[in-house]
Design a protein around this ligand. Structure first.
Ligand SMILES: [Zn+2]
Length: 475
């Protein structure tokens, strides 16, 4: 019997607010341990949480970017459990009345078809403290860092609409792009500002039932999520074939071994309404104000780039993959370079070069103005593409303009007929046998002659003009 997988995700995303969720401590959990703390986020008895408006604004903006319905009234519950990273014994979360319900994300599935993946709801939640496991001499010790305690999170819970590891990884990539566009979150899985758990169950192909699921935690890259799901589908398929029932439990992904292993169950208590934090009432007017801050989203940008700039869909998608990239692309085009050349050179040359030179794209020294200058010279045939690549590399090393670099290193392309003709004459006189071959019908010899002429020009000849003149001379 064939099975199909039913997959749902739960994603925690840290909001990039200035402060924590219920106090004024800085929201920078990576600082020296226990430096961003106060009685509220140490959860001392009697300290009263004060809900931050910035959390609500950023959480709402994120939900709007995911097409969710913001609820007019939402509220916090105490999710009761005890663990050393949660000494107060409960986590403030929205269980009964989440901030937003519904919503969806569009992906392209494995067969290249568009697919809509629905969200169940999005709620706000405070993060817990962080346990750090070390050894003192030979004694293993566990330390608690409260910098992360009370930092603002949203948890995005999907419907079980995904069927393959591809669906899940595509979902996470689109989710990350959309949330980053809003500026509300960094969504870095390796930095821990986006964390993902996956629920996986199997059912006979064609059935509608929802069977017992297994939850997999501890995945810190999108690729790991895909691998863990693929592994779990295989493991559960084998269990079912051996008539072993699937039991509800939590597993951990071990990226080194490429397997999931069963994890000891944590005690989970009830969720009860919190008496201290006030309920959240969202008015239409406030919601309109937040919605007006929503930037143009990636799919809208793709459509506009196709319409306005004449890019293909793929080029437009590449130029919209990150907000910074799309803004840079538009800035370069504003300086006058033609959009398709810019898109092509950004995708194939600039983005890899930025990485290779060890820069982040946003802070790369190749500003839109400098890049546009380079592309414009290329388009005006003042330099050829080989030289343009050399100039691009030098833009990382000096503050000079592309024009100055071209002059300094003599990259200017030779297009004048007289100069090219004298190069061609020399190549012909020095390579008589190749010329003979060409004249005897071996048309491939022209490639060799062009290569010799380019070499003679030290790479500066305009290859198109050069070939024209060579063909004329050989005719
Ligand atoms: Zn605090």
């Amino acid at each position: 019997m064939g099975y199909e997988a039913v997959i749902g995700l739960e994603i925690h995303v840290q909001l990039s607010c200035t402060t924590k969720m219920f106090c004024d401590c800085p929201n920078t959990p990576g600082d020296d341990p226990n430096t961003n703390i106060c009685p509220i986020c140490l959860w001392l008895p009697g300290a009263v949480p004060r809900f931050s408006l910035e959390t609500l604004e950023k959480a709402t903006l994120a939900c709007l970017a995911l097409n969710c319905d913001i609820q007019p009234r939402s509220a916090f519950d105490q999710k009761v459990y005890y663990y050393p990273d949660l000494p107060k014994g409960f986590q403030l979360s929205q269980h009964h009345r989440p901030l937003a319900r519904g919503g969806w994300i569009d992906i392209i599935d494995e067969d290249g078809k568009p697919k809509k993946l629905r969200l169940h709801h999005v709620h706000m939640e405070e993060d817990v403290a962080k346990l750090v496991h070390e050894t003192e001499g030979r004694t293993p010790v566990s330390l608690v860092d409260f910098n992360r305690a009370g930092t603002p999170l949203i948890e995005i819970v999907t419907e079980p609409d995904m069927r393959t590891p591809h669906d899940a990884t595509a979902f996470l990539k689109v989710l990350r792009t959309q949330l980053r566009y809003t500026g509300c979150a960094e969504c870095s899985m390796d930095q821990g500002t986006m964390r993902c758990d996956a629920n996986i169950s199997l059912r006979p192909l064609g059935s509608d039932q929802l069977n017992t699921k297994v939850e997999v935690k501890n995945m810190n890259s999108i690729q790991h999520v895909g691998n863990a799901i693929a592994y779990e589908i295989k493991r559960q398929t084998e269990s079912l074939k051996n008539n072993e029932p699937i039991v509800l439990h939590t597993r951990l992904w071990d990226p080194e071994k490429g397997i999931t292993t069963a994890m000891r169950a944590k005690f989970e208590g009830p969720c009860v309404p919190d008496p201290a934090v006030t309920q959240i009432l969202v008015t239409d007017e406030w919601l309109r104000e937040i919605a007006s801050k929503l930037p143009e989203m990636p799919h809208q940008k793709v459509n506009r780039f196709v319409r306005q700039c004449g890019l293909t869909h793929d080029e437009a998608a590449q130029m919209s993959s990150e907000r910074e990239i799309s803004e840079y692309f538009e800035a370069v085009v504003k300086f006058g370079a033609s959009p398709r050349t810019v898109a092509n050179w950004m995708a194939t040359q600039l983005l890899p070069a930025v990485k290779e030179h060890g820069h982040e794209f946003a802070t790369s020294p190749v500003t839109a103005r400098r890049f546009s200058g380079l592309i414009t010279m290329l388009e005006k045939d003042e330099i050829n593409s080989n030289s343009a690549r050399s100039v691009l590399n030098r833009l990382f090393e000096t503050a000079k303009s592309p024009e100055e670099i071209v002059d300094q290193f003599g990259f200017r392309q030779v297009s004048e007929t007289a100069a090219l003709r004298s190069i061609v004459d020399q190549v012909i006189s020095e390579n008589m046998s190749a010329v003979e071959n060409y004249k005897n019908g071996n048309k491939k010899s022209i490639g060799f002659l062009v290569g010799q002429a380019m070499k003679l020009s030290q790479g500066k000849a305009n290859p198109k003009r050069l070939q024209e003149i060579l063909r004329e001379s050989l005719a």
